[in-house]
Design a protein around this ligand. Structure first.
Ligand SMILES: O=C(O)Cc1cc(O)ccc1O
Ligand SMILES: [Fe+2]
Length: 441
């Protein structure tokens, strides 16, 4: 068992939230002493009259190092739920089939505005790009959430995919079946497929979501880097067991399955797990703990050195999705054009900016904005960045106060109708390269 780690108080004066540490660890936690069975998973009678329930995140027979499951000891098993009726959320799209035709231009969006009307995380989700097929457990969607209200009396279960949340504005308090995660911009959250959760806000909130239909995210291999570096396992934090009293009116459970949303009434609450153990757990991670590796001689390395998490496919090294960050770091390379090179990548790149400036696009790419450079679509530094970097004195330079990220996928992204018609697209994006002049030779 891992000792719960106290973390900084989320709200000044409040008791610090407690977490357990370590990506892929066998966690164990109980909110009530003796609730966790010792030495077995399914005793004839669980202590305190609790019900034992298994939640799996991989096939029973998945190899040991990829096997994910947790045992939950709860007041009522999740099978106690009313019938489902359709729930209308027309902006939440699923899989390549929900994309619309789009020319192979590079695309960019300014930050989508926050809503005026009361809107929670579920209703405030807007799908921007989609690929793959949730039914085939392949591909992903990139969404933004634009919300100003907590999920009052509601909980969400996404059976289509795991969710990677990248908050850009506003603190998220994510109550899950396995406990509570507090997540602020600069941190990320990873919510396993099928786990019920509720998101409470502290004000107007915007952020990005990767809904991963494919293999669960895991840490990338480190190869010659060795046993340390990039995202270190111990910096991933899982919650401790926490129980909520059942609200008088029960809970509205929203369940996403096969691209459709459904709602049902729970007599109690999904947040009644008194104890749990296992490797399948929601996690948070602070990107400030990412150990950045870069060039200390010359040339600009591939962005794969910034991979935090990867969702693999059956083809080695060719990801369903890599989650890549561009955090603060020193640039020291000699005789080198330091920003990203011009390139045509066979993989597809969706990017967002949490705060600060991105070195390849110092002006037009704004915090809360997005860009899409699909497979083999040419892109690279804008003309301003090119001129500046070509003439800069190559002293050590700190790229500071910045956090950009990329969802990189082997599958081409299809923008949604929302992305092309409603979201604030930067229609002049391609003109940022127009001043790049032909030399006289
Ligand atoms: O296009 C981008 O801005 C992302 C990116 C960054 C980088 O340093 C190298 C390649 C790449 O695709
Ligand atoms: Fe790129």
């Amino acid at each position: 068992m891992n000792d719960p780690q106290p973390a900084a108080a989320a709200v000044p004066g409040a008791a610090p939230r407690r977490y357990q540490s370590g990506f892929g660890n066998e966690f164990a936690s109980e909110a009530l002493p003796g609730a966790l069975p010792a030495g077995r998973n399914s005793p004839q009678r669980v202590a305190h009259g609790l019900f034992a329930e298994l939640l799996s995140g991989s096939a029973f027979t998945a190899p040991r190092h990829l096997n994910l499951r947790s045992w939950l000891y709860r007041r009522q098993p999740s099978v106690v739920v009313g019938g489902y009726a359709p729930y209308a959320q027309p902006y939440w799209k699923t899989g390549a089939k929900d994309g619309v035709a789009c020319p192979p231009d590079p695309l960019r969006w300014h930050p989508p505005p926050l809503p005026d009307a009361p809107t929670d995380f579920v209703d405030g989700l807007r799908t921007v790009v989609v690929n793959g097929d949730a039914e085939a457990q392949t591909g992903m969607a990139a969404h933004v959430y634009l919300a100003n209200r907590s999920m009052q009396g509601r909980a969400l279960v996404d059976a289509d995919g795991e969710l990677l949340l990248v908050p850009q504005q506003g603190r998220l308090t994510i109550t899950t079946e396995l406990g509570v995660l507090e997540v602020v911009p600069g941190e990320i959250a990873l919510l396993p497929r099928g786990l019920a959760f509720r998101i409470d806000l502290d004000g107007p909130s915007r952020g990005y979501v990767c809904e991963n239909y494919g293999a669960p995210f895991r840490l990338p291999e480190l190869g010659p880097i060795g046993s340390n570096g990039l995202a270190n396992p111990r910096d991933f934090l899982a919650p401790v067991a926490a129980v909520e009293p059942a609200p008088a009116g029960g809970t509205t459970l929203i369940r996403k399955v096969g691209g459709a949303l459904w709602q049902a009434q729970l007599p109690g609450t999904p947040f009644d797990v008194v104890a749990w153990h296992g490797r399948l757990a929601p996690l948070k991670y602070d990107t400030a703990t990412f150990m950045v590796i870069g060039s200390i001689s010359f040339d600009h390395p591939d962005p794969s050195i910034f991979t935090v998490l990867t969702s693999a496919t059956d083809t080695p090294g060719t990801a369903n999705c890599d989650f890549v960050i561009f955090p603060p770091r020193w640039m020291v390379a000699e005789d080198t054009f330091r920003p990203p090179w011009y390139h045509r990548n066979v993989m597809s790149e969706f990017m967002g900016l949490v705060h600060g400036q991105y070195d390849a696009k110092p002006e037009g790419f704004r915090p809360g904005g997005m860009s899409l450079h699909n497979a083999l679509v040419p892109h690279g530094p804008d003309a301003e960045a090119f001129d500046k970097a070509s003439l800069a004195a190559l002293a050590p330079h700190k790229l500071d106060h910045t956090l950009a990220f990329m969802f990189e996928s082997r599958w081409r992204f299809h923008p949604t109708a929302y992305a092309l018609q409603e979201a604030p697209r930067d229609l002049a994006y391609a003109s940022c390269w127009a001043p790049l002049a032909r030399p006289a030779v």
